[in-house]
Design a protein around this ligand. Sequence first.
Ligand code: DGL
Length: 275
Amino acid sequence: MTNLKNVNIGPSNNAPIGIFDSGVGGLSIAKCISEQLPHEGLIYVADTLHAPYGEKSIDFIIERVNTIAHRLVKQGAKVLVIACNTATVNAISQLREQLSIPIIGVEPAIKPAALQSKSKKVAVLVTQATSENSQFKSLITKHQNGAQVFIQPCPGLVEKIEQGLSDSHCCDQLLRRYLLPLIAQKVDRIVLGCTHYPFLQQQIKRIIEEEKASILLVETALPVTLQLISQLERHNLSAAKSNIGTRQFYSSKNTNIQQELFTKLWQNPLTLQSF
Ligand code: DGL
């Protein structure tokens, strides 16, 4: 058996973890990582100029993922977290063929939702691009465990979050359009299959309550963080406990509005830099 502790791992253990998404959605993952691993340095990249990925072609998504991943590696990232379901299902396999560092992706949590569901009816909210992806469909077949899974593409939601319009009437209208048919189907678990959607949890829960439904939301921030921790340990890449974990934030569309939105969602002061 290989003693993984002796593997020559290259970059220094105190090098940062690179995390990226099409926009602010991946902050829902980065926040959990930041809380669980305070001594790890983090570099977060939002490709805001090109969001939403969910309405782009596969080739476009792959091209953006490669550009960002290579830039993060140049900046010294020891591990990458693709904090985006759409980018994971469409681009992680080819990225793993190019890079030798560990790459952790995000997939909708179909398995726990199907296992926990009592009505055996589960819904998954995703972007258009994820809903059409064959890897995503195989994930459902593999993990549905006898449950009926309703795939609900949600065009427009990512834009509303990126524009800081999560509490607007038009966002509420969109949510009702997507949720009411699922509530009528009596699903009892809704999987948030896009990392932006945890930022709409309150709004979603309000609609569920108004409809007097009993539905739990299932998201992936903690499982992804645990997977990251296990990869860091496996590759002997964990930062020293004495390391001061810095947090750096970049966006390909660095405006005052973005700066405000980042600060609001991160719930801490930060300086947004241009990517
Ligand atoms: N946050 C992303 C996801 O998890 C991408 C959303 C988008 O850009 O469409 O799918």
